[in-house]
Design a protein around this ligand. Structure first.
Ligand SMILES: *Cc1c(COP(=O)(O)O)cnc(C)c1O
Length: 233
């Protein structure tokens, strides 16, 4: 078994175990393999192991890889901060944009999606732990933004995303994930037309089992699948 096969087997087993422990169906959780900084050849390898959902955090890298891998049936997720001047490129490629953190960004996405006759699936990114270094709406602002986003014609709001703090004791993040889930329930309870809160994107290599325990429907796992990232700058 190759190293990547083994990595993927371990991650999938951990997801299955976490699902079993809380009585969820494994099929409720989609594993997104976060391939940022890794070459397309490694994406092909993961694809050969059955992965279909891949996540990138930079639009340029996303577009380049999508082009190189156009022969594969990949569902691309944009998980990193999105600048307005890159929305056109992002909308052309991404099945889901996880990182929408303002109404004006959602408006730009809707405009560009309309231009190409697409309805773009999006999540609102919420900075649940209120870390200064992180992007995302505050939990207080999210319900009103959700209501405004719902009125846009060419985006479909499907749920919420968060990047939890790094912690050596991942159980600390159970409370963060629970708060995102509760926020989704509260927004769902507003009964806004055109809004569902069925997707929760939360959990990374360090804490995805905890995220599954608290209701994640997407987990975003990079280094446990592809190995540590090396940034050569
Ligand atoms: C890089 C990244 C991940 C994956 O991180 P790992 O710790 O390598 O699993 C998940 N989500 C976002 C938003 C990221 O930028």
């Amino acid at each position: 078994m190759s190293e990547m096969e083994e990595n993927l087997r371990n991650v999938r087993m951990a997801i299955a175990e976490a699902c079993k422990a809380c009585g969820r169906a494994e099929s409720d959780v989609t594993l997104i393999a976060v391939s940022k900084t890794k070459p397309s050849s490694m994406i092909r390898e993961a694809y050969a192991c059955g992965v279909r959902d891949f996540g990138e955090n930079k639009v340029q890298e996303l577009c380049q890889k999508a082009e190189e891998l156009a022969d594969l049936d990949i569902t691309w997720h944009l998980i990193g901060h999105l600048q307005k001047n890159k929305v056109r490129k992002a909308v052309a490629v991404a099945a889901m944009i996880h990182s929408v953190d303002s109404l004006s960004l959602a408006e730009e996405i809707s405009k560009e999606a309309a231009r190409i006759g697409k309805v773009q699936d999006i999540l609102l990114e919420v900075n649940i732990a209120e870390e200064e270094s992180k992007f995302g709406l505050t939990a207080d602002d999210a319900p009103a933004v959700a209501a405004s986003v719902a009125a846009l014609p060419n985006v479909r709001l499907k749920g919420l995303m968060t990047v939890a703090p790094y912690t050596p004791t991942p159980d600390d993040n159970l409370a963060v994930f629970a708060r995102l889930r509760k926020l989704a329930v509260d927004i769902q309870a507003q009964n806004i037309d055109n809004v569902s809160m069925s997707c929760l994107s939360m959990g990374m290599s360090n804490d995805f089992p905890q995220a599954v325990a608290e209701g994640a429907t997407y987990v975003r796992v990079g280094s446990l699948i592809f190995g540590e990232r090396h940034y050569d700058i």
